[in-house]
Ligand binder design. Structure first.
Ligand code: GLN
Ligand code: ZN
Length: 758
């Protein structure tokens, strides 16, 4: 009969106790042994919870002190060479040094874990001498067994994925690295087998991306060597986030189980299983419960899916599990006290997903009628949300359908608009501006708190914000910037601020998920039809404009970024949600314009985050993402200048789409990508206004004039001077006051020099 399992459980704790412990330890408020104790307590709690719920195969070693990719690297003694390390167990100070930097060495790069908002630490192989420092999966297994009597399933990041996610080696060295790593993996697995471990979950998420023939060959040799070294160990080769490429190669590998994602890779994986069947000697890890979404599953639909699968794989060879680790969802819905009942009733976070998995397994084992009550309950909960007024706003749906039926375009093409705008704005060569936010000092945050708690009236808070705007408008003029901003002092966060003012959004109290390290985010939930209710940014922008002769740029977050940084409903497509957001934001753009604001920036830093993993799906996504941006921005007059901003590099393969957004000016990050971005403009043409970030705002260091000058000179070799703007590479809200002012002064000086040269 089927068994139940999950692929991993959130680390952070229902009240973010994990985060708090890490930060207390870093701040020196917890000593090392207290820290270990606290983390152990958290870890055991999570195991106990899964045991009490009735999960059969409980993952161990999914817990981490920071990040599981970093854990894998340090388990193999892979430490970047700028840190001093002589082998052996990596001490906590070094472990956190790699993750966060020390005073002598910069932190390792951090990057997105596939298409999620989780970020992992990129292992640096260059110069490393891999050796096992400790068998972490074994320790985790022993702990669970000895203290709780749990027969855990150690989770290990597989060799192919580990290598592909690492850097610091040339592609031609892949095989030699594999040769060095394989014996270490084998050793880890041998010790596990020797200990009597039943199941090991080896994660190879890389298998859902395009895998070369070379890599398929590598995959075979990896799993062949595991099979011959530890034939008695049941290996579950686990994939997630999409359907696998090379299905038949994968199911032919000599492992006991294959784990497939039947949520995010449903169509691809299901048709592969239907067409090619599933080997009779293997166990199928059926990822049917969404590990990334926050909604209750329709148990009925899941049972139908499982029924189909059991026609191909017998029940006793089925493990019913989450589609991926539950790391990507909040811990529990239970503590939420402020949500609409029809919304709360339809949510399932990690703990509730455990229940779903157990219910489905029970239905398989004792028949569907054993969960008859729950089946009815789940359907009625889902029905209640479906019928919610928030989801059925005909006015919105009709307007959005009408507007999205046409492809939105500005009245004039850029080449003509550009001339009209040049006459209107009379800006100097290389106009200078900033990305939007200015430092959110302790004073600003304090004021917001007082206002939120009700200790400050709306008037008092508004007055305070105006004072901040006054200070910064003056400063910007004095520094000599050409296009000013109001500074975003009224905003906590670029998504939350808008979500709180638009209809269709909900905010949880405790719905945190880990973003990187101890950093957690609490994404809003887009659960209803999104609608504009009243102007959101007009007051502050208008106020700033009233204080200066120079243009003040209005500042909005774009539809795609709002969507990609939220949890979203699943009854309509992401494309539809994007258009609803676009329609709402367009009304804000129009309101700003009407209030006399003639430059409007619509930030889209998160476009890339929504890019599908499968190459064949990417063009379609980009097409509607661009369309949503254009819907937001295309109804303005010719003279109104639309700006956009994107941070993070890696735009080289997206330049055509960025151009298609048709923004009059884009400001973009370049400083951290060491000119890579400029290089991509050498290869591609880009013929709209462009502001290159000439300094990195992520560092408190004040950049020298010459550094920025050379950045500018290099860019001007490939970009048209008439279209070139100068700005920092992102918003300045996390920076201090003085460094911000000094940096901007240097930037303006570098601009003066550039103007002289041209
Ligand atoms: N306008 C925003 C700011 O300056 C942009 C932030 C971002 O790109 N992440 O803060
Ligand atoms: Zn940015």
């Amino acid at each position: 009969m089927a068994k139940s399992s999950v692929l991993g459980y959130p680390r952070i704790g229902a009240e973010r106790e994990w985060k708090k412990a890490l930060e207390a330890f870093w701040a020196g408020k917890l000593d090392q042994s207290e820290f270990h104790e606290q983390l152990k307590e958290i870890r055991l709690n999570h195991l106990r919870k899964q045991m009490d719920k009735g999960i059969d195969l409980i993952p161990v070693n999914d817990f981490s002190y920071y990040d599981h990719v970093l854990d894998t690297a340090t388990m193999f003694g892979i430490v970047p060479k700028r840190f001093s390390y002589e082998g052996g167990v990596v001490p906590l100070s070094l472990y956190y040094g790699i993750a966060r930097g020390t005073k002598d060495a910069t932190a390792s790069e951090m990057t997105k874990w596939f298409n999620t908002n989780y970020h992992y630490i990129v292992p640096e192989l260059d110069g490393a001498e891999p050796a096992i420092t400790e068998n972490k999966p074994l320790n985790a297994y022993r702990e669970a067994k000895e203290l709780l009597g749990i027969e855990g399933k150690p989770v290990i990041l597989g060799p192919l994925s580990f290598l592909k996610l690492s850097k610091g080696y040339a592609a031609t060295e892949t095989d030699s690295w594999l040769e060095r790593l394989l014996p270490l993996y084998v050793q880890i697995l041998r010790e596990l087998a020797h200990e009597g471990v039943q199941w090991v979950q080896i994660d190879e998420p890389i298998l859902v991306t395009k895998v070369s023939a070379e890599d398929v060959r590598r995959l075979k040799s990896i799993y062949d060597s595991f099979a011959s070294a530890v034939p008695e160990l049941n290996i579950m080769l686990q994939t997630y986030f999409e359907s696998v490429e090379n299905y038949s190669d994968i199911v032919a590998l000599p492992v006991k189980g294959i784990g497939l994602d039947f949520v995010h890779g449903l169509s691809g994986n299901l048709s592969a299983v239907r067409q090619s069947g599933f080997p009779a000697d293997k166990v199928l890890g059926a990822g049917v419960i969404d590990g990334r979404g926050i909604w209750k599953a329709s148990l009925q639909e899941k049972l139908a899916l499982l029924k189909e699968l059991t026609g191909i794989v017998s029940s006793d060879r089925l493990i019913i599990q989450s589609s991926c680790s539950l790391l990507h969802v909040p811990v529990t819905v239970q503590n939420e006290k402020k949500l609409l009942p029809e919304l709360k009733g339809a949510l399932a976070f990690a703990d509730e997903k455990l229940d779903e998995i157990v219910l489905l397994t029970k239905a398989d084992v004792s028949g569907e009628t054993s969960i008859a009550v729950e089946l009815v309950q789940y359907e009625s909960d889902l029905q209640a949300l479906k019928q919610s007024g928030e989801r059925n706003r005909n006015d919105i749906q009709q307007s959005v359908a009408a507007i999205s039926a046409q492809y939105p375009a500005r009245h004039l093409p850029f080449t003509e608009r550009h001339l009209v705008q040049r006459d209107k704005w009379q800006l100097p060569l290389f106009p200078t501006t900033t990305i939007g936010s200015f430092p959110q000092s302790a004073e600003v945050r304090k004021a917001r708190q007082l206002w939120r708690k009700g200790e400050w009236s709306n008037e008092r808070y508004a007055k305070f914000i105006e004072e901040q705007i006054d200070i910064w408008v003056k400063l910007q003029e004095e520094i000599g910037l050409d296009v000013l901003v109001h500074g975003e002092f009224e905003r906590t966060d670029m998504v939350e601020f808008f979500g709180e003012k638009l209809a269709g959004f909900a905010f949880t109290q405790f719905g945190w998920v880990q973003s990187y390290g101890s950093r957690c985010v609490k994404p809003p939930i887009i659960f209803g039809d999104v609608a504009f209710e009243e102007a959101m940014t007009v007051e502050e922008t208008k106020y700033a404009q009233s204080k200066t002769e120079r243009p003040v740029k209005g500042m909005l977050t774009g539809p795609i970024t709002i969507m990609n940084w939220s949890f979203v409903r699943e009854d309509i497509t992401r494309e539809q949600i994007a258009y609803q957001l676009a329609y709402a934001l367009r009304q804000e753009v129009e309101a700003l314009e009407k209030a006399g604001i003639g430059m409007i920036q619509v930030d889209e830093p998160a476009v890339r985050e929504g890019l599908p993993l499968k190459e064949q799906d990417q063009a379609n996504y980009l097409q509607w993402a661009v369309k949503a941006f254009r819907m937001t921005t295309s109804t303005v007059q010719d003279t109104t200048q639309i700006h956009t901003h994107m941070c993070y590099c890696e735009f080289h393969d997206m330049i055509d789409s960025i151009e298609a957004m048709d923004a009059d000016v884009i400001s973009i990050e370049t400083s951290r990508s060491h000119g890579e971005l400029i290089h991509s403009f050498e290869l591609n043409t880009y013929e709209l206004g462009i502001g290159l970030g000439v300094y990195d705002i992520h560092s408190p260091r004040v950049p020298r004039v010459e550094e920025m000058s050379s950045m500018i000179d290099r860019a001007l070799r490939v970009l048209d001077p008439q279209l070139f703007w100068i700005n920092p590479d992102c918003g300045l809200k996390t920076r201090g006051f003085e460094e911000t002012v000094d940096s901007l002064r240097n930037m303006v000086e570098a601009t003066r020099i550039a103007r002289e040269k041209h």
